[in-house]
Design a protein around this ligand. Structure first.
Ligand SMILES: Nc1ncnc2c1ncn2[C@@H]1O[C@H](COP(=O)(O)OP(=O)(O)OP(=O)(O)O)[C@@H](O)[C@H]1O
Ligand code: SF4
Ligand SMILES: [Mg+2]
Length: 329
């Protein structure tokens, strides 16, 4: 059954929780995530390694390995709950309506076919003949600024650099023109110039096709460049979210503030890159405490025994912290 979403709203996650069965119990990889992405919006999901970013992305594509995992809550896409839809239906949505650039493009490209033929395969689904499809492949390779496009279309994945493989994935996405594009760390391992080009392509997608984009990254600097909205994740939870200006001008959760301080500075004088002490905990059993408590400079006794509330700071800005609750009161 379809649910009504707001006019421009395309994806809405409601109370999404994901657990993986591991040695010693169930790992709470994602806990009670609520967020919504509209058409024509770049929504960034930010957080350190292991915070659950890719797990959220994979759940939207229905790619969480079955058997050893539990996915609860709703994944509403165009009003339809993807967490409750059949494999067949999901196959028709994947690629055509929701596209994903995977964190490791080598994993998602087939090593035994040339990259051009893999992009062509996606295009042939549209009923074009071989010559028309190949022409479109070359045009897409040019659109993603692939160096020496004609030759590269005939290269195998292992013959390409990381940046070139990312471009192949983006070309594939462009060919399908999905309503929602999930880009999981699309610029990690790329040099700064290529990163900037890939970001340009993402912006163009949004502006030309009104595509909604979920941009997953651990790089706050990148977010400032392209995002409209941000969700900061920590240990499987969204701990703060809001418009990009709200988050950059009024970061409220201590973790968000620390992440921002860890941003690389442009000049030496401004100081060295700071890191946040400690590491993201693996939550094996749900306890009421704040998941950030063991690293938080402001932690009080209450933080170790109660779950902090999600505080509404504005229509768009929310933060899960007792300090924010105090500020609000
Ligand atoms: N298939 C799986 N089985 C068991 N645990 C898993 C599985 N996939 C991920 N995890 C665990 O779930 C947690 C979240 O992982 P996830 O890959 O979503 O993090 P991430 O935020 O994408 O990290 P990164 O920035 O390193 O890509 C981690 O503790 C990870 O070890
Ligand atoms: S709830 Fe407490 S421990 Fe958690 S972030 Fe806020 S102040 Fe820190
Ligand atoms: Mg990841």
């Amino acid at each position: 059954m379809k649910e009504e979403l707001k006019k421009e709203e395309l994806l809405k996650l409601e109370h999404l929780s994901i657990q993986y069965k591991v040695k010693g119990g169930y790992l709470s990889a994602v806990n009670d995530v609520n967020l919504s992405i509209s058409r024509g919006e770049v929504f960034a999901v930010v957080g350190e390694s292991g915070c659950g970013k890719s797990t959220v992305a994979h759940s939207i594509m229905n790619l969480i390995p079955g058997g050893n995992s539990k996915v609860t809550g709703k994944i509403l896409f165009n009003g339809e709950d993807l967490n409750a839809c059949s494999d067949k239906k999901m196959e028709s949505i994947r690629g055509k309506h929701i596209g994903m650039i995977f964190q490791n493009p080598l994993d998602s490209l087939n090593p035994v076919y040339t990259t051009g033929s893999q992009v062509e395969e996606a295009i042939l689904l549209d009923g074009l003949n071989h010559a028309q499809a190949w022409e479109k492949v070359l045009k897409l390779y040019q659109d993603v600024k692939m160096p020496d496009a004609g030759e590269r279309a005939k290269s195998y994945p292992h013959e390409m650099s990381g940046g070139m493989r990312q471009r192949v994935m983006i070309a594939m996405m462009l060919s399908r023109n999905p309503e929602l594009l999930i880009a999981d760390e699309p610029t990690t391992a790329l040099d700064v110039t290529i990163e900037a080009q890939i970001l340009e392509i993402i912006k163009e997608l949004k502006n030309t096709y009104n595509t909604a984009i979920m941009l997953i990254t651990h790089n706050f600097g990148l977010v400032a460049e392209v995002a409209d909205k941000i969700a900061v994740m920590y240990a499987g939870e969204v701990i703060e979210s809001g418009d990009v200006f709200e988050i950059f001008e009024h970061p409220t959760h201590p973790y968000t503030t620390l992440l921002m301080q860890a941003l690389p500075r442009k000049t030496k004088k401004e100081g060295r890159l700071q890191t946040i002490d400690g590491s993201v905990p693996r939550i094996l059993e749900k306890k009421p405490e704040c998941r950030f408590a063991n690293r938080c400079p402001y932690a009080k006794e209450q933080c170790f025994r109660e779950t902090p509330p999600m505080v509404t700071l504005s229509e768009t800005h929310t933060c899960r912290c007792f300090r924010a609750a105090k500020k609000e009161a």
